[in-house]
Design a protein around this ligand. Sequence first.
Ligand code: ADP
Length: 751
Amino acid sequence: MSLALRLSMAMVCLTAATTLTAGVIVYRQSTAAALPLALDALRSHTALLADDLLGYVDVAREDLLVMAQSPAVREYADEAEKASPVQGWHGAPRQRARAARLLVALVTIKLRYDQLRIIGRHENGREVVRVDRQGPGGAARSVASAALKARAGSPYFEPAFARRGDDVYVSTIAYHREEGGGERPAIPTMRLGKPVLFDGRDPQFILMADVDMRPIFARLSSALPPTSTMYLVDEAGHYLIDGKHRDEVTGNETGPVGRIQDELGGIAPLLASTKPAVLALQDADGRPMAAASWPVLLVGAQRVTILELAPIAELMAPTNASIARAILAVGSVAGVLAALVAVTVSYRVSHPLRSIADALVDVTRGRPVSLPVRATGEIGALARGVAQYLERESLLGALVSSSIDAVLTKTLDGTITSWNPAAAALYGYSADEAIGANIKMLTPVDRRAELEEIMQGLARGDSLHAYQTVGIDKSGKRLDVSLTISPIRSPAGVVVGGSTIARDITRTLADARQLRKLQAETAHAARVDTAGQMAATLAHELNQPLTAMINYVRSVQRTLEDRGRPEDDKVISYAQKAMEQSRRAADIVRKVSTFIGNKQSNVCHQMINPVVEQGLELALLGAGKQSVIVTRDYAEGLPSVSIDEVQIGQVVANLARNALEAMASVSDARLTIRTAASDGTVVVTISDTGTGFDASIRDHLFEPFITNKPGGMGFGLNICRSLIEAHGGTLMAEESVEGTIFRFTLPAAQG
Ligand code: ADP
């Protein structure tokens, strides 16, 4: 799976999780915030129901007031009152019939009345008119006189007579069955009563209206949302409408039975309140419920309370659903947008990373790479870092593969991990053969212990520089090698292996041996040459004294012979022998001299600079570890000189060696060799910063046996001068500010 895909998926999942979490939180908060609104809506609904109920009963009250003021009722009451002492309730029959017609008309039009009555005080509260709905087909009818009853004992009788003005008596709502009602079910009824008043007279009649509450109850119940349950209870909590068990509301003359608080204990606070209220409670099944109450004072006297209950879950369901839909819609849009952003961002982040990763793969396959080095931010920095790293790698790779030294790397257990062409050339193994093999195969058996030690040192982080040892190649040939070994550390700094640079020094060692041999031979030749020079000098020096000796001895011999004394004969013969021996000695010296004089010198045209350099190197070879700054200032285009190069080289070596010896104890030791042309000669100058000439020998430098060195012979400068002069040149010495300067000239070769 690609990085872009993984990043996108991760970001999309993250976005989805975030949106979901945010959605859940917003949903919770919104639904919590919506609860009071839903409760309010519930309460408003109870208010509507209450209004309806109030209106229903108020209309009955208004009707009653209107009836009490109606001419038909008043005329009847007036006439009947006047006639009553004599005629009882039989008085004013015409007016009574008229009043009865009015009531029949009212009951006919207004369904809310179960019955309307006029009750007199006389004859034990006898009904004078009773209009009910017991006529054929439920029609209104005025009950026959025989069926009229005395009502003085009824609970409403006296209270109704006691009302004055517009005050109306109101009963509680009671379930009762009208006597003679037959199969009629008990119906919820509310009774309103009002006396028919005449100024200055005690009322003798009351108007009673039995209001059938069923229509309003039915209306209230039907106006209910399906999730809600409505109850109407009286002041004591008795059910007037039991929304839960609608058909089970029963009652009797004293009122309904069954109390809501007995079933729903939590409702009590609502019943106690005279103001509209809402409440959260649990129903009998433990469900969370919302309850709203609206107390109603019917006709200003009877308190009933409308209660509406709804399960909070169902109450909130529509709101919750719309909140959920809104959140889902917003969440989906946000999710899709976030997913688009996620995909774009992950592509933009992963694409450059991918190209960096591809570049690294391409590099290992030797393909050209392209890196997003111009990118900004971390990606650009990474790309530039990788580019630099690759450049360095390629540089190192080029260095290693083009190195003339064998370069290889190995792990700490000696396994070879890389192998350059020079290593293949030196040891004879190809890279395929060497990589993975052990370094031991490059080490002769007798050197394995040494290898072991080197590897242990490497593990400790030790390096080796130009360590000379012996290796072995594929054919088994031993090789003199110089090894430089360095530890390779992991990025954490732990030594994980080592690099080895192996240089074949077989030739170098052979060359060095050859050089040493040559040096020994040269030194020997020089010594022989010096001995010859010494012998020549001796011969030259001895010749004169020997000649003088011979002359003196001959003089002695002649003097004695001239005296002619026999006793001198012996002395004369001794003098003769001494002379012979002296002549012999002189002869030997002469022969030596002749021999040296005849010595073939190898003179030929030479360029001076290489000869000087040769002599200088000879001197420097003997300088050992003495630290001297040597400056060569050789002029170019010098004329050639006709010289014996060994002899002139010997002169330069001698002068340079003297200079080095004079600087042995000097801290700032500088030797300068200069060649130049001057007046048909070539001039060679050797200057040093040494001690200068010893005062005792300053004026006798070129004489034989003049030396101030413990093992010195004092012949060097003498021979040098002889050799230079033999070449037609001059050798001179002078003191400088820093030390001494020796200068010799050689005539430029003719032609
Ligand atoms: P030797 O080197 O055997 O002493 P030389 O004839 O070569 O004989 O030198 C004679 C002496 O001259 C040396 O002992 C030394 O005291 C002095 N001498 C020669 N060259 C130098 C020099 N460059 N600086 C100082 N003294 C020198």
